[in-house]
Design a protein around this ligand. Structure first.
Ligand code: G7M
Length: 337
């Protein structure tokens, strides 16, 4: 991609030139990616999402002279961690401004060399309404689901709206991803397949696998004493094979189930403990060891427990809980618009 550097709209020759060329034409309807442009042509309409943990901002706006909305995602880059590059980061060209100090603690603002100041920019243009909706930060609501609510609202909803489980059946029936299978035990009651998670890039520090049982169970709400041997086998055989093949100890693994999951075919996640993968929050992840212990203490634990989870504004389950008055937004103050 050609580098376009400009400090102000006036300095931005590539855009001016293309604009001049088009002066007698109607506003351009093609994508900006087909020509040179600079960010000063972007006017901000709305911040769709701001994530301070990931250091990301999603902005909706438009490029002057280009038809249609655009979405710009800006994301701060990771720090280099190899010795050679770090040497350059601590270079005399790096500017340090002291903000304050107290005793042995000092707070500084630091401006590294330009090449370490980069921001990743993803630009979608022309963006569709679907893109804008996808990136718009939705309001989240906690639902404390009792077993009665599960039967009345959640179960009918998931029975009619779930994602297809074709990919799960393909793995269990050896029709797909066989090269990604790490372990298989085909006992009907306690057997399972351990397979690389679709999202795993194969790097040891992001290790992520999933165990798919041969027994068909929808989700943790259905678990009881009869499933203990299966759950224990998944834990023991899964950790043993991961230690053998990937040299990761059982004590370095986060082993959990999701409620609500994306796919209603019970599966167990095995992820490297130091990898903070999405979906490990308290309102979603249930540690396998806790699930096993809960059932040992009370066989029908999961038909008695309140399971809390998050629904996002506009989701199918959100709408159902709203209709039933379980989520009440009547007096909610809009804090983000
Ligand atoms: O949120 P939930 O617990 O349902 O997570 C499902 C997991 O299955 C995610 O971690 C996905 O990355 C993973 N996954 C989804 N699909 C469609 C596939 C697939 O086709 N193959 C494999 N190996 N993993 C998948």
């Amino acid at each position: 991609m050609a580098e376009v550097s400009c400090n102000s709209a006036d300095e931005c020759t590539p855009t001016k030139k293309t604009k001049t060329e088009r002066e007698n034409e109607s506003e351009n309807s093609g994508s900006i990616h087909d020509m040179e442009f600079c960010l000063s042509a972007f006017s901000v309409k709305k911040v769709l999402q701001y994530n301070c943990m990931r250091k990301q901002i999603y902005i909706e706006g438009a490029f002057k002279g280009h038809e249609g909305p655009a979405v710009v995602l800006l994301e701060k880059q990771n720090f280099p961690d190899d010795q050679e590059t770090l040497k350059e980061l601590f270079d005399s060209g790096t500017i340090l401004h002291k903000l304050y100090n107290n005793d042995i603690y000092g707070n500084y603002e630091c401006f590294p060399l330009k090449k370490y100041n980069g921001i990743n920019a993803t630009i979608i243009h022309p963006a569709t309404a679907k893109h804008i909706e996808k990136f718009r930060r939705k309001k989240l609501y906690i639902v404390d689901e009792t077993y009665e609510l599960y039967q009345k609202i959640t179960l009918p909803y998931i029975e009619s709206n779930s994602f297809s489980l074709e990919w799960v059946h393909n793995i269990l029936e050896h029709k797909a991803e066989q090269d990604k299978v790490v372990y298989e035990n085909n006992d009907k009651k306690t057997g399972f397949i351990l397979v690389n998670d679709l999202k795993w890039d194969g790097q040891p520090n992001t290790l992520k696998l999933i165990a798919l049982p041969f027994q068909k169970i929808r989700c943790i709400r259905e678990l009881n004493e009869s499933h203990l041997s299966l759950l224990k086998n998944i834990k023991e055989a899964g950790t043993a094979v991961i230690a053998r093949k990937f040299n990761v100890l059982a004590s370095q693994l986060r082993i959990y189930l999701h409620y609500q999951p994306s796919y209603y075919y019970l599966h167990v996640h095995f992820a490297y403990l130091m990898f903070e993968t999405p979906g490990i929050y308290v309102e979603k992840a249930h540690l396998l060891s806790t699930v096993i212990r809960n059932i040992e203490l009370m066989s029908d634990y999961y038909t008695k427990a309140v399971l809390s989870y998050v629904v996002a504004e506009g989701d199918g389950l959100y709408t159902k809980f709203l209709e039933e008055g379980i989520i009440n937004v009547a007096n909610s103050k809009n804090t983000e618009d």
